[in-house]
Design a protein around this ligand. Structure first.
Ligand SMILES: [Ca+2]
Ligand SMILES: [Ca+2]
Ligand SMILES: [Ca+2]
Length: 186
């Protein structure tokens, strides 16, 4: 008995991918972030929602620090540049145009605040995961920044779109308040 393959044609559904093109965002105020160096969290690229950033709720719950945006900017006196990002939720992301001046292995220093344990986020360079999941500890209060460090990040010299993605919320119901990302050569 000959079994015949079912003659049903299977068509893969056409999937439309939204690909972030390098030209779609511009460095904040025209200044590409330099690595090694400090990148203010509140200085993500200029560009539309879904291109330069994605935020789950349309209003900026914090401070009108820069042009109208959905990203939630927090004014805080203890932060570098007087501001950081807050009200972070799973699925949100931010793009930063960066130039790595020196190839090498880096440690990232990130002041974060979280009342109860925070969530997880990750950092990609041109779509490549360079950190894995970074977990945010309980710093005791939303008003208390603590330095979170992540070591052994290998980067090659060049210009990149750095993407920070909020993966999941912790018991704090958020990921973290973040002041900046400072890349230091190990
Ligand atoms: Ca928002
Ligand atoms: Ca948000
Ligand atoms: Ca800051």
């Amino acid at each position: 008995m000959k079994l015949r393959c079912a003659s049903i044609s299977l068509f893969l559904p056409l999937i439309t991918l939204t690909i972030v093109q390098a030209g779609d965002t511009k460095p904040f105020q025209g200044r590409t972030h330099i690595i090694p160096g400090l990148i203010e969290a509140e200085h993500w690229d200029e560009g539309a929602a879904g291109v330069a950033y994605s935020d789950v709720d349309p209003e900026n719950k914090g401070e009108a620090y820069r042009e109208a945006t959905e990203v939630d900017i927090e004014k805080r006196s203890d932060a570098s540049n007087g501001h950081g990002i807050g009200w972070t939720k799973a699925g949100e992301w931010l793009i930063y145009t960066v130039e790595v001046k020196e190839s090498g292995t880096y440690c990232i220093e990130m002041p974060v605040a979280s009342k109860k344990k925070g969530g997880e986020f990750m950092i990609e360079f041109n779509g490549k995961d360079v950190t894995g999941e970074i977990s945010v500890p309980d710093t005791g209060a939303w008003t208390k920044l603590e330095m979170l460090t992540h070591k052994d990040v290998k980067l090659e010299a060049g210009t990149y779109q750095m993407k920070v993605t909020m993966l999941r919320e912790g018991p704090s119901t958020s990921i973290a308040d973040i002041d900046y990302f400072k890349f230091v050569k190990q």
